[in-house]
Design a protein around this ligand. Sequence first.
Ligand SMILES: [Zn+2]
Length: 693
Amino acid sequence: MGSFSIMRALDLNRAGLLAISLALSACGAEPSETASSAAQDTNTQERPSILLVTLDTTRADALGIETDLVDTPALEELATRGLVFSQAYATAPMTLPAHTSILTGLYPTQHGIHENGRRFADSERLLATRLQQLGYGTAALVSAFPLAAEFGLASGFDHYDDELPTGEAERPANETTDRALAFLGREKAEPLFLWVHYFDPHEPYEPPEPYRSEYPGAPYLGEIAFLDRELGRLVTAFEARLEGRPYKIVVAGDHGQGLGDHGEALHGNLLYQSVMRVPLIIAGSGVPAGQVDVAVSTRRIFDTIVGWASHEDTGRSLLSATPETVLGEAFKPYLQYGWQPQVMAVDGSKKVIRSGELEVFDIVSDPTESTDLTGRVEVDPEVMKTVRDHWERALSGPVDSGAVLGEEAKERLASLGYVGSEGRTALRDEAPSPKDMVDLFHDLDIGSVLFIRNEYEKALPLYERVLSADPYNTAVCLHLAVAHSVLGNEQKALEYFDRARQISPDSVDLQHYLAMHHFRFQQWAEAEPLFEIVLDATPDKLPALECLAQIRERQGRVQEAGSLLERITTLKSDPKAELLKLGEMRMSIGDTQGAIRAFERARVLQEDDFDHRLELGVLYLANRQLTEAAASLDRVTASHPAYPLALFKRAQVSVLLGEPDRDQRIQLARDNADAVTAPLIANEKLFKGSSSP
Ligand SMILES: [Zn+2]
């Protein structure tokens, strides 16, 4: 391992013993000062409260610690009294995979989340679950939709605040901090694990004042400065609450931002330092001040925190572990466009990227990775083997837990620039390396967002440009087919579907989009078998369920349509419309109890806006649940077009219940009778004993 060679104690006063001890242990020397001080900490047995702050889209070189271009006093204060890791790396340049690593200690090849919009299902593995088991109160506040509870990271948290402003996919740092401070003010649990996630430096860059004015022309840095102010408020509030009890703080970036480096404006497509090297600072009780220049992965935050909480050393804590070859991956271009999967390894000062071909950089002497040293320097064969193994594991390992996003979730992710793929595709031998495709990033990123926003006319020329440069791009080919289909260009659409079939004959996406195309053109016979194939492969795919339900209803197969609707109501976050439809459908085939179930679920969701009280009352009456029938019919308002019918039914219920005012109710029904209810009232045997005429 070459870690000793890059051990630079930049400031000896601050670097302290820890960096030196890490260097020694890297050389196989005796266990260090740090290890023994950790052991002392163990003996005190008081578990520290822990604050974990993750900074989205924050480059390591965009903090005041490394540059004079921005002021970040809160981070610098933490860095002064804490331990700064100058070579900390994300496991993937994307929010959900990177955070899943921080919260599980696993690489994406192990946890299976390679991109946003997937669901992590192994709740037992999560940091919060572990800490809960160790007696911690656990809380999280996250600031963007990619970390919403539905994606699986909320397990183990007693409190998970992922509420976003209406219609927005992100929450500004000041709001998240306000909520965190309110939480800290009322929460009594000790010890406490609090995770706060800030999202502001993510595009679009819109810093609030005064940062907008203070950073003219550099709004990304303005967002960083704003973030720093909020981090300062948070740390102050967290520490104020402790009253002398032990605590630890971890601040880490989830991934960086390209900002044009190597042709990448955003993140997710490449593995260069701009997007992979992130800030990492640890501070708090017993944490020595200093700087560690050994390369570390942010996944070790998991082991570090578990170590503090359990007083057990997993061997991978950032404070005591031996240096390791740090790995990373960027799978989005592979999953979405069929390009080469990319993995990287950092070992000492050397960084290797494998993306079909190989690149080697010296990240200490050439931090911008301007000179590819492939063939000019020797790379440890062990490292090369690690890269190869990681690449192969990534291709053969789990991809995700099978979550399929609803349209609403897709739109919210797309509003942040994320468009998830539909799953793993076969890798062509001659698939291009993403680094050779940077000229297409802009068209692909913008095209995807336009597409999800249904702005198909605008997306077409972008996608056509991409496909002419990258003729094997199945996803783009399908997007072109769908765009033409929606725009009514049937012939053009079919041409692109044919072309997609030639590239990827087994693609489930192809079957799905082609089925949707036939549905759009009311070609039911063509659409039906394709939807069945799609649902065999992906049973939760909402659009396919919805279309097939309509086809079944049209075919008069109401029972089957009902089953599909029932399934849809379990998958949608807001299934009110489907529940009403399901209730009506069941009512039409005489399934009284099934209809009551559906309407009751809709009533709970809609509360005062529920407008099927007449139907529900009639169903309860038919089911001889008279009290429920009365309650529902009583809430039908006079403005309801079938109000006379409600009065008639209510009078029937009243007689059956033997209510003292039943005669007045019958009279009311008579007084308000219309063409429908007049003959019903006249012939109603229940009313015969009434004193009225
Ligand atoms: Zn992120």
